[in-house]
Design a protein around this ligand. Structure first.
Ligand code: PDD
Length: 279
């Protein structure tokens, strides 16, 4: 397996980052994840735009143009022969003697990129639907930035794993913010699609944006507002979205079945529409 590190393609086993890297010491960095389907990147321009925005919000210079990112991603996907999976990108504030404040402005950011093979389309979980749990949202106040500081998400996902389920939805003041690595949606009995509006409280999901666009053509009315766990449990359908899950039906929340406990028709349709767009 080949990975990308600081300007070079290198074998996986040879890719090493110094212990003084600020990503390692402070989680001082940004990441991004794009899906690969049939060997092609999905909605990648939007992921690169969010990467650029996240970097600029924390004052790290984007070391590559979108064209350069795309060329490197494409080369890596091809050289690893990835047909279906993910490309992971990370940029940290670089390597410097440990000090909280930023290092000298000429410190080069550390750039890492690797691919992962993963069944996204032929994911059996999408057929059965995912069971999820809810956990308290323990994160900081700038969740719109795709920071590598992911401890709260790690704990949330582990709570899901311990419960034997696929995802955890995080809750703040009684309302769902988002999944530990996904955007949360519900469909009400009267055909309204409900998801939280964009703000600093959630990551602006690229798949979220695509699903809302696809929805504009259907019979669902879009309502961007927070929703409570109780409303989600009583909803007709629920699902979550991400680059790695696409549109994933939710069939149980904290052990309570959603609808009849099977993926709902709107969710299935949106998954198919999304897949059609991605291909
Ligand atoms: N996670 N919300 C959070 C907190 C996320 O971490 C993610 C993505 C999303 C969905 O965003 P998008 O549709 O752009 O993938 C929402 C990625 C996949 C990850 O951390 O692996």
């Amino acid at each position: 397996r080949t990975v990308y590190l600081d300007g070079r393609f290198v074998p996986f086993a040879e890719a090493r980052v110094p212990i003084m890297d600020r990503g390692f010491l402070f989680a001082d960095g940004i990441y991004e994840v794009s899906a690969v389907l049939e060997g092609r990147l999905v909605d990648n321009a939007a992921h690169l735009a969010r990467l650029d925005r996240s970097l600029s919000e924390i004052g790290i210079r984007n070391p590559l143009s979108s064209e350069e990112w795309t060329r490197l991603q494409t080369e890596l996907v091809a050289s690893n022969g990835v047909r279906e999976g993910l490309v992971y990108m990370q940029v940290t504030r670089g390597v410097a003697e440990r000090d909280f404040a930023f290092p000298a402005a000429d410190t080069p950011p550390t750039v890492v990129m690797f691919t992962q093979e993963k069944a996204i389309r032929a994911n059996p979980l999408a057929e059965s639907g995912a069971r999820i749990v809810t956990v308290e949202d323990l994160r900081w106040k700038r969740r719109d930035i795709k920071s590598v500081a992911l401890l709260a998400q790690v704990l949330a996902k582990q709570a899901a794993a311990s419960a034997g389920v696929a995802e955890a939805w995080m809750v703040e003041d009684g309302a769902v913010t988002e999944g530990s690595s996904s955007t949360a949606f519900i469909v009400t009995g009267d055909n309204r699609l409900v998801t939280r509006p964009l703000s600093t409280a959630i990551l602006p999901g690229i798949t979220r944006q695509a699903v809302l666009r696809l929805c504009a053509e259907g019979d669902l009315r879009i309502e961007e507002r927070p929703f409570a766990v109780e409303e989600a449990v009583a909803a007709a359908e629920a699902f979550y979205t991400s680059a790695s899950a696409f549109v994933m039906p939710v069939v149980a929340i904290d052990g309570y079945l959603i609808g009849d406990g099977r993926p709902g028709p709107h969710t299935r349709r949106l998954r198919e529409l999304y897949m059609g767009m991605a291909l």
